[in-house]
Write a protein that binds this ligand. Sequence first.
Ligand code: ATP
Ligand code: MG
Length: 137
Amino acid sequence: MERTLAIIKPDGVARNLVGTVIQRLEREAIHLAAIKMIRLTKVQAKGFYKVHEGKPFFDSVTDFMSSGPCVAMVLEGEDVIAHYRNIMGATDYKKAAEGTIRKEFATDIEKNIVHGSDSPETAAFEIGYFFSAMEVG
Ligand code: ATP
Ligand code: MG
């Protein structure tokens, strides 16, 4: 069993897509190990996306991620990091495959509805960034 950190970003929450995203996960037999709603501060958003510090979109993406509440989740399943990335679709929604969340709902490379960890190392860091050991179990 593998775990990954998923976020329904501020655009997804604002557009009432929380249930839609969770339904897709459940339909794919991905298990929810933890879930909570949280509004990141700008500083917390910068810490979360620190691997992107220095990139041209860093300031804008951290403004966006702190612009409203998110839903953070720990997902569990076999090969769930890659499985969930496949369900999300490519970062640029214009290049995302048919049937993916980003293809269907994203409106911008930044406003792309969902986040998912991209490796076991990133998942461990990101799960610990959002959830305490007691919350995940
Ligand atoms: P995420 O980490 O949010 O799941 P990702 O792993 O598909 O997305 P990353 O390369 O990690 O993509 O980029 C993090 C976020 O930064 C993207 O989701 C997007 O919002 C924003 N971003 C990435 N590349 C660009 C870009 N070229 N221009 C504007 N924003 C970008
Ligand atoms: Mg990423």
